[in-house]
Design a protein around this ligand. Structure first.
Ligand code: NAD
Length: 425
């Protein structure tokens, strides 16, 4: 079956690109459509545009037919929508990408196609936003178009879990849509594919997973602050709690929560619930706590600078790391960007380096940052930063280190006479 089906993926980013590679290696004829011309050019050159190691072996074996003219997708049997679902500056969900991708598919598909939304969406989006686009184009859902939702759970940079082996949940409006979507995912993924009773349940599953993380991270971030006042190291406490072999799952405090998912997805549920006059208080508080962590980090720096008789104004401060997570260059919602903004407002002189983000780096290396700075904030736990020997900080004249990711050797740094402060540590 699969070899005579054509798959078109709309949106070739962190989600769509690995999926396109996977589908091709599993024998599907794959078409890829994206509005970003630069991305398309790189894909044509067979570049690993998401820098994932596991894709290196797969890319040479994969063929993605990049299309710029959307009418060329008209022959496809399966369409997968993997476009962004961000929030605007007021944290209001922006579904315009999902709408425009759906319109592109509806305009170009032939009757009978299966359309799968992989983008993260709140319960009700397939019903209220996606389905009407197809109905408006003259299709009847469950008859000449089949719509399913299979939320992607990919975790960029994860050494073990990736698009090939992460279990999935799938929901649809009708049995045929569900059966076709299940068959498709079973043909490409070596993991459980769980059918959900409805498309709403599938949508809700992903939002629940990411809200769960946001809430738990907010909880440890809050503990980091209160335990700090009590003189208790929260990281050691979490390590202690992990020894309980059941009913505890560690989450770790940090200078903030970034990425396209955790700090964004809860807002989709918060706003959906508002329509029903329900206040998702718990989610709102979690967002507030996590959004406040960059400021808390800057306040820790202020206290530490006081100890060495410095103020923000005019002090050379180094920022190690700009991306939101270790060893990747993804800047979306990165707390480091907020920290930089707050320090600029305070007229500090900044020296920034991220080995994965040249466009935001003002220095050519971490050595240059250390050379020019008196105080350091480690905002991302990139491998390169964890490996910096404590003595190097001292030798370069660093007086203060704020370890926003709790990734450095606290005792060793303190022994060298440097003022060290982690988040709750
Ligand atoms: N990045 C992750 O770790 C991750 C994990 C799980 C789920 N998700 C979800 O998957 C979805 C996609 O995320 P991503 O990280 O791949 O985003 P991304 O920004 O990396 O990629 C999305 C791509 O879609 C393209 N695009 C936007 N509108 C388009 C349109 N109308 N037609 C064609 N292309 C269009 C963009 O140019 C971009 O290349 C989001 O809903 C996200 O929440 C992301």
């Amino acid at each position: 079956m699969k070899n005579n089906q054509k798959v078109c993926i709309i949106g070739l980013g962190y989600v769509g690109f690995p999926l396109a590679v996977l589908c091709s290696t599993k024998g599907y004829e794959v078409f890829g459509f994206d509005k970003d011309e630069e991305k398309l050019r790189r894909i044509e050159k067979r570049e690993n545009i998401v820098e994932e190691k596991y894709l290196e072996e797969m890319i040479p074996k994969a063929k993605i037919n990049v299309i710029r003219d959307e009418s060329k997708m008209n022959d496809c049997d399966i369409f997968i929508i993997a476009v962004p679902t961000p929030v605007d500056e007021k944290y209001y969900p922006d579904l315009s990408f999902v709408v425009s991708a759906s319109e592109t598919v509806a305009k170009n598909m032939k009757p009978g196609a299966l359309v799968i939304v992989e983008s993260t969406i709140n319960p009700g989006v397939c019903d209220e936003i996606v389905k009407p686009v197809f109905e408006k184009a003259g299709f009847t859902v469950g008859k000449d178009v089949f719509i399913a939702h299979c939320p992607e759970r990919i975790n960029p940079g994860d050494p073990k879990w990736n698009v090939t082996n992460i279990p999935r949940v799938v929901g649809s409006f009708d049995e045929k849509g569900l059966a076709r979507a299940l068959e498709f995912y079973k043909s490409i993924i070596s993991a459980e594919i769980m059918p959900m009773k409805s498309i709403f349940e599938a949508e809700a599953t992903k939002i629940m997973e990411n809200s769960f993380r946001d809430i738990n991270i907010a909880f440890v971030n809050e503990l980091a602050k209160s335990f700090d006042l009590m003189g208790i190291n929260v990281v050691n406490v979490i390590r202690g709690a992990v020894t309980k072999p059941f009913a505890f799952m560690p989450h770790w405090p940090s200078c903030g929560v970034g990425g396209h998912c955790i700090p964004v997805d809860p807002y989709y549920l918060i706003e959906k619930a508002k329509e029903l006059d329900f206040d998702h208080k718990f989610l709102r508080v979690a967002r507030e706590i996590n959004n406040g962590m960059p400021l808390y980090t800057v306040e820790l720096l202020q206290d530490a600078l006081n100890k060495v008789e410095r103020s923000f104004k005019g002090t050379n401060i180094g920022i190690l790391g700009v991306s939101y997570k270790a060893n990747v260059g993804d800047l979306r919602e990165s707390p480091a960007l907020k920290i930089i903004e707050l320090l600029e407002q305070r007229e500090a002189v900044l020296h920034v380096f991220d080995p994965h983000v040249s466009e935001k780096s003002t220095a050519a290396s971490s050595d240059e940052v250390l050379e020019k700075s008196e105080a350091i904030i480690v905002a991302t736990n990139h491998k390169e930063f964890i490996e910096i020997p404590a003595e190097k900080f001292r030798d370069k004249g660093i007086k203060v280190i704020i370890d926003g990711m709790n990734c450095l050797d606290k005792e060793r740094i303190q022994k060298l006479g440097i003022v060290y402060k982690g988040i709750g540590r």
